[in-house]
Design a binder for this molecule. Structure first.
Ligand SMILES: Nc1ncnc2c1ncn2[C@@H]1O[C@H](COP(=O)(O)OP(=O)(O)OP(=O)(O)O)[C@@H](O)[C@H]1O
Ligand SMILES: [Mg+2]
Length: 329
């Protein structure tokens, strides 16, 4: 990864509303590395879609600047803006396909708009259909496709003009978990094979864990935390990040264990141990027992991969008077 594909510098956006302004984004400074899959997570109304729409010029900044490959999007007009939009594809939560057009017709649309000769369109569409694994479905209509298949059409259409950046606005939010996984796998493959930079927004931490190399957390229009996904998962600094994380990394006690501890306080201390990077496979429990003579009780835990690196969470309880010693080790 070299350089930034997209940069936001002190970006702000307000919308007029009766009797004043609503501030949707404030002081956004972020750089999306070239070739990365960068994810932005935030709650409903945090400003995610507004931020994404700045990148292809569907919204203009009120303050600050957004650039794609060094070109200022906010001030671009006419042919300059069209050139930026050719470089930026977008996919949507509800697919936004034309019901009256077949798979082939939907994918051809951006090529027709760009004035690509008919003969070339046919070959390019075939290539795209192959790329997203829609081979046998080329002549079907959207009503005859599953959600996952529709999103593949959406992805093929977004790739048609050969963009350098792909924007994804909650592209898997309308899909079941299994289909979500296949669509995420396809995005990761496109990122790898085409070297395309992907900027995606989501409200699900699991999506970031599975495919994002970099991430940012947005809350009420501001970025509260950003960095490589692994680092943010391992050392979340902001309360909002931690609350998003609690669902995916086994960072919270299983409900039945929590209930038992509350009903019958054992006088033990509960400790959460995070294993990251090279320490993820250390024999920590054995060390506690043999070196310190502390026997720990396992309450819950998970080990999973973020990117290709192992990451674990273990909740243990140790006798009350040994807690500080166990923590220090
Ligand atoms: N065109 C608009 N006019 C006025 N207010 C807007 C407009 N677009 C967005 N907003 C406001 O800006 C804020 C951010 O909206 P945005 O759609 O970016 O949120 P979001 O994070 O994408 O939410 P969701 O997860 O629900 O899609 C909200 O308060 C919203 O009401
Ligand atoms: Mg949105």
């Amino acid at each position: 990864m070299t350089g930034a594909a997209i940069t936001f510098e002190g970006l702000g956006k307000s919308f007029p509303k009766a009797g004043g302004q609503v501030m949707a984004l404030a002081d956004i400074t972020l750089s999306v590395p070239q070739g990365s899959i960068t994810g932005i997570i935030g709650r409903s109304g945090a400003g995610k879609s507004t931020l994404l729409r700045m990148v292809n010029g569907l919204e203009r900044p009120t303050t600050g600047k957004v650039s794609v490959a060094g070109r200022d999007v906010g001030t671009a007009t006419g042919s300059g803006l069209r050139a930026i939009r050719r470089d930026v594809g977008m996919i949507f939560q509800h697919f936004n396909l034309l019901a009256s057009r077949s798979v082939r017709g939907n994918i051809a649309l951006p090529l027709e708009v760009a004035g690509t000769p008919r003969g070339q369109i046919r070959a390019r569409v075939d290539q795209l259909i192959d790329q997203v694994g829609l081979g046998a479905l080329a002549d079907r209509y959207p009503a005859e496709l599953s959600g996952g298949q529709k999103q593949r059409v959406g992805i093929a259409r977004a790739l048609a003009t050969g963009p350098k950046v792909l924007l994804s606005d909650e592209a898997t939010s309308a899909l079941d978990p299994e289909t979500t996984q296949t669509v995420l796998d396809l995005l990761a493959q496109i990122n790898r094979d085409l070297g395309l930079t992907v900027l995606l927004i989501t409200h699900e931490m699991a999506v970031l864990r599975d495919i994002a190399s970099h991430m940012a957390v947005i809350e009420a229009g501001r970025i509260v935390e950003a960095g490589p996904t692994y680092d943010v998962f391992a050392r979340p600094a902001h309360a909002t990040t931690r609350s998003f994380l609690s669902g995916v990394t086994g960072a919270t006690l299983p409900a039945f264990v929590a209930a038992r501890l509350q009903a019958d306080p054992p006088g033990d201390q509960v400790i959460r141990v995070t294993f990251a990077g090279t320490h993820a496979t250390d024999p920590m429990l054995a060390r506690l027992a043999t070196d310190l003579g502390i026997s720990a009780n396992i309450l819950g835990g998970t080990i999973e991969e973020i990117g290709t690196r192992p990451f674990g969470n273990l909740l243990i309880s140790v006798p009350h008077d040994r807690g500080d010693q166990a923590r220090a080790s």
